[in-house]
Write a protein that binds this ligand. Structure first.
Ligand SMILES: Nc1ncnc2c1ncn2[C@@H]1O[C@H](COP(=O)(O)OP(=O)(O)O)[C@@H](O)[C@H]1O
Ligand SMILES: [Mg+2]
Length: 320
């Protein structure tokens, strides 16, 4: 049918989050309304072909189902901007800032959003790295969480309870990025708040995340496993006070606006005795069967196909 919109679902990629992307992409392909859209898969390796494809063969919208560096970080977004092809989600700057936790934290911290206290180590600064354990002990105290600045899905992230574990945790983080962030470990209820929209924003019901074991880390396995023994439990709406719920939604909306996000975002936080502490904002959250944003949308009465439909509409809004 001539009036069906052509949607290319962009998936795969070489980042550590390739598997998540393939699963997300497959879900999206299966769920897009076939009456409205002619959808096909587009592997990132085939993306350069769009530059030389005749205009008539170009997709009307690229649905970006990529995660991590090389997909969620603004590079693919920039390529599509140059070609003038609309795409789902945030643009170059918001994507890049959200991917880079160190710079994200600097920006949000200056806007009165409370984030965990941290110190940053660079891979190249080997002499300072040798003194890392003492510095952490002095400035933060244990336990801390050590993570790469530009990665997702908890890859390279370790909870460190004493000085002896610091060197290994830094080495692991440096496998993923040349910048490692060492943060005070936050105690509280882990929550995540989805926001959808470009200018007219809507905060979705808050999802509470209960890790499967005492480690307290919402790690890769607990994020994506469908095995109930290993998967994190998710409670919607989160079991936190009305005041904290309102504060968390307000922060998620502010993060979305401050970063300049489009379409969707999902901000990870802890609800603590001292209020909300923000960890990060994701511009392309997962959309696998166990993912958080689709669950939050469903809790707001938006089924998955309508949620996808909305993202495509938002991708075209204000871009022609
Ligand atoms: N400072 C912290 N205190 C407590 N838990 C943390 C902290 N930082 C990260 N975590 C845990 O690690 C998970 C992943 O960290 P996050 O900053 O969200 O990065 P990403 O999701 O991009 O890997 C969080 O969902 C949380 O369970
Ligand atoms: Mg996270």
């Amino acid at each position: 049918m001539a009036d069906k919109k052509k949607i290319a679902v962009l998936m795969g990629g070489r980042s550590a989050e390739r598997e998540v992307s393939l699963s997300t992409g497959k879900q999206i392909l299966e769920s897009l309304d076939q009456e409205k859209y002619a959808a096909s898969a587009l592997d990132v390796d085939d993306l350069p072909r769009l530059a030389t494809a005749p205009k008539a063969e170009r997709p009307d919208v690229v649905f970006i189902a990529l995660h991590g560096p090389g997909g969620e970080d603004g590079t693919v977004q920039g390529f599509l901007e140059v070609l003038g092809i609309p795409y789902t989600g945030s643009g170059v700057l918001a994507s890049a800032l959200a991917m880079d936790k160190m710079r994200y934290k600097a920006m949000m911290g200056s806007e009165n959003i409370i984030l965990p206290i941290d110190i940053v180590f660079l891979k190249s600064d080997t002499s300072r790295r040798r003194r890392a354990a003492q510095e952490i002990e002095r400035d933060l105290g244990f336990p801390v969480v050590i993570k790469p600045s530009r990665q997702g899905s908890s890859y390279g992230t370790t909870i460190v309870t004493d000085a002896e574990q610091v060197a290994d945790a830094l080495t692991l983080a440096f496998k993923y990025d040349d910048t490692a962030i060492v943060e005070q470990k936050i105690e509280g209820t882990e929550i995540t708040v989805g926001v959808i929209g470009n200018k007219d924003l809507m905060a979705l019901p808050i999802v509470e995340i209960v890790p499967p074991d005492a480690s307290g880390l919402f790690d890769y396995t607990s994020k994506y496993s469908q095995d109930p023994e290993k998967a994190a439990r998710e409670i919607v709406p989160a079991n936190i006070s009305d005041a904290l719920t309102e504060e968390a939604k307000d922060i998620a909306l502010r993060c979305h606006r401050l970063l300049g996000c489009r379409g969707m975002s999902r901000t990870d936080m802890f609800a603590t005795e001292d209020g909300i502490i923000t960890l990060e904002t994701n511009t392309i959250p997962g959309m696998t069967p166990t993912s958080l944003l689709p669950k939050a949308a469903a809790a707001a009465g938006i089924p998955f196909p309508s949620f996808l439909d909305g993202l495509i509409t938002l991708a075209l809004e204000g871009r022609g």
